[in-house]
Design a protein around this ligand. Structure first.
Ligand code: SF4
Length: 235
């Protein structure tokens, strides 16, 4: 009976259907899924220091997240990004990654990736690679330790850089992104400073875009790319 109920549920949510398209008839193939509202940082532009998070009962379980993502993949999503909060602080997150990775093996999914603050990468980078993740995006607003602390409140730049090191050592490709807020724009010069070291094999495209400042002018990050070792050397 339990088996029949499960089969019925599968029929209700998993049959192949027409692919998702937006109002301009463009296929929707990229999905970002927030797996938690929690984080081990408290960035000033993101959340209060004394946050009240959602009750866990109000969050989708790992099984429900897997089911939801699988439905979207069945409807044509080819690239899936797990976000948060900080996705790597979600308990059991590797179970979800491992489960979703089955879609990489079948070819239904082209890429499974995460956006992370990097603090947990020393712990998880190797396992992510083993499960089939090839790339992560690390949010990094500055390479100045004091500014980093001021922006993230609870964050330690050294831990994030250690996470980037671990990710590189594990073979992950890394992209970085920078907050567009004015307070973070002031910290950009250190985050995107210098490409003087050319020894690092991995290049980190900075995905930050020019924000509009209060006077309407664009504040432009001077370089679209930095190398990992250059970034670390600049810290
Ligand atoms: S690391 Fe990301 S999720 Fe965490 S507080 Fe900062 S901006 Fe928010």
């Amino acid at each position: 009976m339990e088996h029949d109920t499960q089969t019925l549920l599968d029929r209700q949510v998993l049959p192949p259907r027409a692919p998702l398209v937006d109002p301009f008839a463009r296929a929707i193939t990229y999905l970002r899924v927030s797996v938690t509202d929690r984080c081990d940082f408290r960035c000033v532009y993101c959340m209060a220091e004394n946050m009240t998070f959602l009750p866990k009962v109000d969050l989708l379980s790992l099984e429900e997240l897997d089911r939801l993502c699988s439905v979207f993949i069945a409807k044509g999503v080819r690239k899936l990004r797990l976000t948060g909060g900080e996705p790597l602080v979600r308990r059991g997150i590797m179970t979800l990654v491992g489960s979703l990775a089955r879609h990489l093996k079948t070819g239904a999914l082209d890429e499974l990736t995460l956006t992370t603050n990097g603090s947990q990468l020393p712990k998880y980078a190797r396992e992510l690679v083993d499960l089939g993740v090839k790339r992560v995006n690390v949010s990094l607003d500055t390479l100045d330790p004091d500014k980093f602390r001021a922006i993230t409140r609870w964050g330690e730049l050294d831990k994030v850089l250690a996470g980037i090191d671990a990710a590189q050592a594990a073979g992950l490709n890394i992209t970085t992104s920078t907050c567009r807020s004015r307070s973070c724009a002031r910290a950009w010069p250190s985050a995107i400073r210098s490409t003087r070291s050319t020894t690092a094999p991995a290049v980190l495209p900075a995905t930050c875009a020019s924000p509009r400042l209060a006077d309407g002018s664009a504040s432009s990050p001077p370089s679209p790319t930095i190398s990992a070792k250059a970034a670390i050397a600049c810290g």
